[in-house]
Design a protein around this ligand. Structure first.
Ligand SMILES: Nc1ncnc2c1ncn2[C@@H]1O[C@H](COP(=O)(O)OP(=O)(O)O)[C@@H](O)[C@H]1O
Ligand SMILES: [Mg+2]
Length: 287
């Protein structure tokens, strides 16, 4: 399973007085097994880009290939594009509408023409992936759930299509800290246990630094950086120039370094920084 983007440009309202270039000549490849973080300032083109991957939007110029499917092909959806690439929109719970969780999660598989038995299996799979016990939740109304649970039901609905590749557009937006933490842990589990390739769009450098194996940075419709989290966050000044921050903990370590402490200034997680500080203090004590 792979996605190839070749010289992709996308223009909203092309030819109208309101035309705006949202994606500007992007080329990149994504492979199975990656956990890609997509970051960029508001309006940089992240949502427009991810909607190209399951064919909701089609290139104005260039091409997007999902395995052997060209998304511009008019049979792309028939050829199984949506089963390969699942897209969870921002605020996906706004699209919940059935009276039970089961029916909501079953919506996609039902539309695909799955048998009753297959639907049952897929609903259980989807709910298990997001840590909701099917026995406990299937018959409940989605509208009686907490914000975080609603969002997990919406994600389960996409997972019930059994995609190889799962894209989540700002999945923690608007949740309280506990809801955010739960969703992120579920996403980590979907990647590690269910072996689904992930593309996570996020504003939070903390979340991305913790989970991603690769980061793509968008700026004004271009994919300007594409590297490991360490290499991306080392380019602190470039990121700042694009209105982006580094993880707070890294900022903290940089400031300690400026004050003369010999700490690792590229620590990206609290655990990593903590370990480094312990080591530094030990060395100091031994000296
Ligand atoms: N439906 C639309 N019609 C016209 N312009 C749009 C539309 N959606 C987004 N845009 C414009 O495209 C650019 C990229 O937007 P978007 O992909 O939503 O960025 P992001 O997700 O990074 O915030 C922005 O300039 C935005 O104003
Ligand atoms: Mg967006």
């Amino acid at each position: 399973m792979k996605i190839q983007v070749k010289n992709l440009s996308y223009i909203y309202g092309e030819g109208s007085p309101f035309e705006s270039i949202a994606l500007d000549n992007i080329s990149l490849n994504m492979q199975e097994g990656e956990f890609i973080g997509l970051i960029g300032h508001t309006g940089s083109g992240k949502s427009t880009l991810v909607q190209q991957f399951n064919g909701l939007l089609k290139p104005s110029r260039g091409e997007v290939w999902v395995d052997e499917i060209n998304t511009k092909d008019k049979d792309a959806v028939k050829k199984g594009l949506r089963q390969k690439v699942g897209l969870v929109f921002q605020y996906p719970e706004h699209q919940l509408f059935e009276e039970t969780v089961f029916k909501d999660v079953a919506f996609g598989p039902k539309n695909m023409g799955c048998s009753e038995e297959e639907i049952q299996t897929r609903v259980e799979y989807g709910l298990n992936c997001v840590g909701l016990d099917p026995k406990e939740f299937s018959e409940r109304s989605p509208f009686d759930l907490s914000g975080g649970q609603k969002r997990r039901v919406a994600i389960a609905g996409v997972l019930a299509m059994r995609p190889d590749f799962l894209i989540l557009d700002e999945p923690t937006a608007g949740l309280d800290p506990q809801g955010r933490e739960e969703i992120l842990e579920e996403i980590r589990g979907i990647f590690e246990e269910y072996k689904i390739t992930i593309l996570l769009v996020s504003h939070s450098m903390e979340d991305i630094a913790r989970l991603a194996t690769r980061i793509i940075v968008m700026h004004k419709g271009k994919a300007v950086l594409d590297d490991t989290p360490k290499n991306i966050f080392r380019q602190r000044d470039i990121l700042k120039g694009m209105g982006l921050d580094v993880p707070e903990i890294q900022e903290c370590m940089v400031q300690l370094k400026e004050k003369g402490f010999l700490v690792k200034e590229d620590a990206l997680t609290v655990e990593e920084a903590y370990q480094d500080l312990v080591d530094v203090l030990r060395r100091k004590k031994d000296a």
